[in-house]
Design a protein around this ligand. Structure first.
Ligand code: IPE
Ligand code: IPE
Ligand code: MG
Length: 243
C-alpha cells in the first residue's frame, strides 16, 4: 500500500486523452550541459538529444497529438563553434536520410520551418525529398525548426505580404509565416531550467500555455511529456474573456 501511494504521488494524475493539445512545441535545450555533466564533448549531448527527439515524436504520434514542433537550430546558433554546428547539421542529415526510408511506414509527415536558404544544398535536397514524401502522408506531423528565428519569420512574412500587395490582416500575414497552415501550439515546453523563448514561435505563442522543467533534453522522456500535458490540462485558458 505504501509503495502504491508513493507511485501515485509521483505520477500526479493521468493525461486526459479526450483533451489533448493538438499541437505541442518543444525547445530541445540542455544537450551541452548534459554532456558536460558527464565529462563528454557537447556534441555527445546533441547525439543523445537527437534520439530523444525520435522517441518523443513517436510518443506524441501514439498519444494522438496532431503536430509536434521542435526547435532544432536557431538563427543565433551559428555563433557556436564550427565543429558543434557541423555535428548538429550532420545529425539532421542522418535524421532526414532515416526519415526518407521510414516516414511512409511510420506515417509521420515531416516539415522544416525556417530560412532554409542558408543550409547546405545537400540538406536542402533532403528537405525537398522529405517534403515530396510527406505529400502522400496524412496524419501526425513533426515540424523541425531549422535556422529558425521568430523575428526572422515575422520579417519574412511581412516582406512577402508587402511584395504580394496584400492587405496586412492576421489571416493574410499568417499565410506567409513558415508555419502557414499549422494551428498555433496550445502548449510550449522548455526543458533544461531556462525560462525564456530564445526567439521561438514569437507570433504563434500569443495564447500558448508554457511549461518549464529542469530536466535536460537528453533525459526528457514520455513521463516528462505526460507531466507537461497534465499541467496544461489544469490551466484555465480564458483567451482574454471571462468564464
Ligand atoms: C540545445 O542544447 C540544442 C541546440 C541549441 C542546438 P544546447 O546545446 O543549447 O545545450 P545547453 O543549453 O548548452 O546545455
Ligand atoms: C534555443 O536554445 C535554440 C534551440 C534549442 C535550438 P539555445 O540554447 O540556443 O538558447 P539560449 O542561448 O539559451 O537562449
Ligand atoms: Mg541551450
Amino acid at each position: 500500500m505504501a509503495l502504491f501511494q508513493r507511485k501515485e504521488n509521483r505520477t500526479a494524475g493521468q493525461v486526459d486523452m479526450s483533451r489533448l493539445p493538438r499541437h505541442i512545441a518543444i525547445i530541445m535545450d540542455g544537450n551541452g550541459r548534459w554532456a558536460k555533466q558527464r565529462g563528454l564533448p557537447r556534441t555527445a549531448g546533441h547525439k543523445v538529444g537527437a534520439e530523444t527527439f525520435r522517441r518523443i515524436a513517436t510518443y506524441c504520434k501514439d498519444l494522438g497529438v496532431e503536430y509536434l514542433t521542435v526547435y532544432a537550430f536557431s538563427t543565433e546558433n551559428w555563433k557556436r563553434p564550427m565543429e558543434e554546428v557541423s555535428t548538429i547539421m550532420g545529425l539532421l542529415k542522418q535524421y532526414m536520410l532515416e526519415a526518407i526510408d521510414s516516414m511512409e511506414r511510420d506515417q509521420i509527415r515531416l516539415r522544416f520551418l525556417g530560412d532554409l536558404s542558408a543550409i547546405s544544398p545537400e540538406l536542402q535536397a533532403l528537405v525537398d525529398r522529405t517534403n515530396a514524401i510527406s505529400e502522400h502522408i496524412h496524419g501526425f506531423q513533426a515540424n523541425v525548426c531549422l535556422n529558425y528565428g521568430g523575428r526572422d519569420e515575422i520579417l519574412h512574412a511581412a516582406r512577402e505580404c508587402a511584395a504580394a500587395g496584400e492587405e496586412i490582416t492576421e489571416e493574410n500575414f499568417s499565410r506567409h509565416l513558415y508555419s502557414a497552415g499549422i494551428p498555433d501550439p496550445e502548449l510550449i515546453i522548455r526543458p533544461s531550467g531556462e525560462v525564456r523563448l530564445s526567439n521561438f514561435l514569437l507570433w504563434q505563442c500569443a495564447y500558448s500555455e508554457f511549461y518549464f522543467c529542469d530536466t535536460l533534453w537528453p533525459d526528457f522522456d514520455e513521463r516528462e511529456l505526460d507531466k507537461a500535458i497534465i499541467a496544461y490540462q489544469k490551466r484555465d485558458r480564458r483567451f482574454g474573456g471571462v468564464k
